[in-house]
Ligand binder design. Structure first.
Ligand SMILES: [Cu+2]
Length: 357
């Protein structure tokens, strides 16, 4: 089988052909990159309400990380635009013309080689200095007066303990605005990762090796977190939320959470307590009732949380009933099995759990 000389890659004729293909490729590249950038910008940055965005930082450390990210974005943009523009310009200026002179080869140009070595080195230094500075700032000791919290990863939910306040909760972390929080990160089973994009960088939760992170939230609001290290079947369903309260709201929340469980009035809730303290008690703690299980989340004030099932189900009557009917169907792999509860039992448990404010 014979080839035309012009079609053979590496042949002199092939390399010297008019750069029509390079020209087309450059134009297409510019268009594709611009379209993709626009789409990404609309998706991630265009919506400040996006639940898990790094583009809208709300803590001191998240702002520092965002600033480095912005610097890298701008430098990368300049490099991308320069490379594409030069490719385009060279393709036009040095293209072979009919009857024109063939392009000549050159080999070695110390001045050019120094320039294109120095430019990346300078860019690397411009990125490295602020990056190392932010790493040192954010991984150093938390400022004095930080609230101590222990976050523990479980398959597939987050437990939050406030040792100084003597309270334990799950999947919903409350912290006061303007005060640093120092979070110790643990795991009881596999490697998880704690990540609240608007508040901090992600840090792994490693069994037998406690990590930590700290940040100071600057704006009250709700921020969505996510396990960021694949940890099994329901990794994607392992979410949590951080509620940044005013000082007064935080104090009220702590006071409410440290009290024992209060049973709501009414027959349904009373009957629900009977089920909770027998069936649920095997795995859950409900302070003040004798239920002291440690496998699942502490339910003492579960009614006060916005979401259940590790942040994937709304904490309302419908959501609770759906969860209690068949947990593994809602959260595949859930350690909580289908308890085959009757419709009446579910109704009673829903009334009881909703009353645990
Ligand atoms: Cu995970």
């Amino acid at each position: 089988m014979s080839h035309n000389l012009e079609d053979l890659p590496g042949s002199r004729r092939h390399r010297l052909r008019p750069s029509a293909r390079a020209l087309t490729l450059s134009a297409v590249s510019v268009i594709v990159v611009l379209i993709l950038s626009a789409i990404l910008w609309v998706i991630f940055a265009g919506s400040a309400d996006h639940l898990q965005t790094t583009f809208n930082p709300k803590s001191d450390n998240a702002i520092k990380i965002h600033d480095v990210y912005t610097l890298v974005w701008i430098l990368a943009g300049i490099v991308m635009a320069a490379v594409l523009a030069l490719t385009l310009a060279f393709s036009l200026v040095f293209r072979e013309r009919p009857g024109g002179k063939a392009a000549s080869h050159i080999h070695g140009n110390p001045k050019l080689e120094v320039i294109w070595t120095l430019i990346p080195v300078i860019i690397g230094i411009l990125i490295a200095i602020p990056s190392f500075q932010v790493i040192l700032d954010t991984t150093g000791d938390a400022p004095d007066g930080a609230i101590e919290i222990v976050a523990t990863g479980h398959q597939w939910w987050f437990e939050f303990e406030y040792p100084d306040e003597g309270l334990v909760t799950a999947n919903e972390l409350h912290i006061p605005v303007g005060r640093p929080v120092n979070i110790e990160l643990r795991s009881v089973d596999v490697i998880h990762s704690f990540w609240v994009p608007q508040l901090s960088g992600k840090v792994d939760m490693v069994p037998g090796h406690n990590n930590r992170l700290w940040f100071t939230p600057n704006t009250p609001g709700e921020y969505y977190g996510q396990c960021a290290e694949f940890c099994g079947t329901s990794h994607a369903n392992m979410r949590f939320r951080v509620v940044v309260d005013s000082e007064a709201d935080y104090a009220a929340w702590v006071a409410a959470q440290t009290s024992d469980a209060q049973v709501a009035e009414g027959e349904l809730a009373q009957a629900g307590e009977g089920i909770a303290t027998t069936i649920c008690a095997a795995c859950h703690t409900i302070r003040g009732t004798g239920a002291a299980g440690v496998i699942g989340p502490d339910l003492t004030h579960v009614g006060s949380r916005g979401l259940i099932a590790s942040g994937i189900v709304d904490n309302d009557a419908e959501g609770l009933a759906e969860w209690l009917t068949n947990p593994p169907e809602v959260k595949p792999g859930s350690k909580m099995p289908n308890l085959n509860l009757s419709g009446d039992q579910i109704e009673q448990l829903v009334a009881y759990l909703q009353g645990l404010q």
